[in-house]
Design a protein. Sequence first.
Length: 339
Amino acid sequence: MRDATLRDVALLAGVSARTVSNVVNGYARVTERTRAKVERALLELNYRPNVLARNLARGRSGQIAVVVPYLDTPYFAELLQAIIPRAREHGYNVLIDQTDGDAAHERELIGRGARAFLFDGMIFSPLGLAQEDLVEIDPDLPLVVLGERVSNGVFDHVGIDDVEASRAATAHLIGLGRRRIAAIGDQPYPTGEAAQLRTRGYRRAHADAGLPVDESLIIPTPRFNRADGSGAMRALLARDDPPDAVFCYSDLVALGALHTALELGRRVPEDIALIGYDDIEEGRYSNPTISTISPDKVAIAATAVERLLRRIGGAEPMPGIEVRAEHRLIARESTVGKS
């Protein structure tokens, strides 16, 4: 059986198709008597509007894009799980793209003509593009940027204070009496802004405590993943003067580092304490569980969607704003032991 059309509803209600359209879309005033007839006909025929056609007629697709570097990274997977239902609440479908940090692909997505891809706006977590590259954004593209960026006045930026969060993570280790604290995850190149902010917080905690930074304990990694965390920990523990604590720039790095520390016979946290970043679910079920910096992912998702929909619905261009979400330090077994 075919779906009912506006014309079918109009014939049953005894009104014009335009009147039915006005009732369905709430465009024009109709009498209560006419509205009641149309609504009865809509129910009787189980009429379902073609949302895509209606949106396209308004110059919209009813879809937003969420673009992240990696879908296999639990942080982004958990963030998407928070974004999708919030977008659906507002009648939007979510298109998801993975860039793998490919700068050319990221540039294409935000460049002029980006909306030809049939989405109304984008929530974007860039990896391949540096801060200065974001000036190339299509000015007509509603955009919210996540992560370690600063708004250039065109787009909105939603994130946490990475420097303060990293300072707190390092200060937690210092407060436990640790003095040789390594940092795993630095990325000293233009697109490594996230890592650089975390290194800055690591240094600030040392300065606040009046402790020198041993530069040889800052270990760069190409990605925030388990393999890089494992390799860095293996190198650190092979030293004559190994660290007694490690600040890992993601929970995945911490999980890899934890695996290798235990494999090499180190006790965690007695011999070496570990703290991560992101509060992914896996870290809550490792043995020992991973202490971490927990960004408010639900708030980040809700704010990103809300800011994007404001931009989509705005009649005039809006200046970009900075929105800081909350974060908290969660001390678990990898730093404080079992209770």
